[in-house]
Design a binder for this molecule. Structure first.
Ligand code: ADP
Length: 158
């Protein structure tokens, strides 16, 4: 059984995240989307809101589930006996950050294997922070996030 986690802030989830989830679900037997809670990070949507959005969005895929994690991801993975950590990469900037992160995680637990999945080209420019900024100016984000996130952003910036 190939079991992987896909951790992230998902603040909010974008079509880029869903693309990685869809493709990840076709490679791994089980994919666990992990909504990260880092006390030093200020999130726009609460942990529960981000989890609730993800729970709705993963419905098309039977082998995908969602959990919140408020510990180190390597500890979370060890407790569940999962070794594969999936991360999406948009370009070289993402890659240098993700590469360092994977080295860090490897030094914490040598059992962890990070797998990078490059974005599909149409999702290359999608970034949660840019999308929030655009939404704050009432820009149209409907091609960037799923409809339920469009509504959540509209409600928040109403
Ligand atoms: P984090 O704060 O952990 O970086 P994000 O929600 O920003 O959380 O991203 C979660 C994962 O999804 C990261 O591996 C990130 O590189 C990846 N990702 C984000 N946007 C895209 C996208 N448009 N295409 C592919 N991967 C993406």
């Amino acid at each position: 059984m190939l079991h992987a986690v896909f951790p992230g802030s998902f603040d909010p989830p974008t079509l880029g995240h869903l693309n990685i989830i869809e493709r990840g679900s076709s490679i791994f037997d089980k994919l666990l989307v992990v909504v990260a809670v880092n006390p030093r990070k200020k999130y726009f949507f609460s942990d529960e809101e981000r989890k609730a959005m993800m729970l709705e969005l993963i419905k098309p895929w039977k082998n995908v589930s969602v959990e919140i994690c408020d510990t180190l991801i390597v500890d979370f993975m060890r407790r569940r006996n999962i070794r594969i950590l999936l991360r999406g990469v948009r370009g070289v900037d993402d890659f240098s950050y993700e590469f360092e992160l994977s080295m860090m995680n490897k030094s914490l637990d040598s059992n962890i294997e990070t797998v990078f999945m490059t974005t599909d080209p149409e999702y290359f420019v999608l970034r949660s922070s840019t999308i929030k900024e655009l939404a704050s100016f009432h820009g149209n984000v409907s091609g960037m996030v799923p409809p339920l996130v469009v509504e959540a952003l509209k409600a928040r910036f109403a």
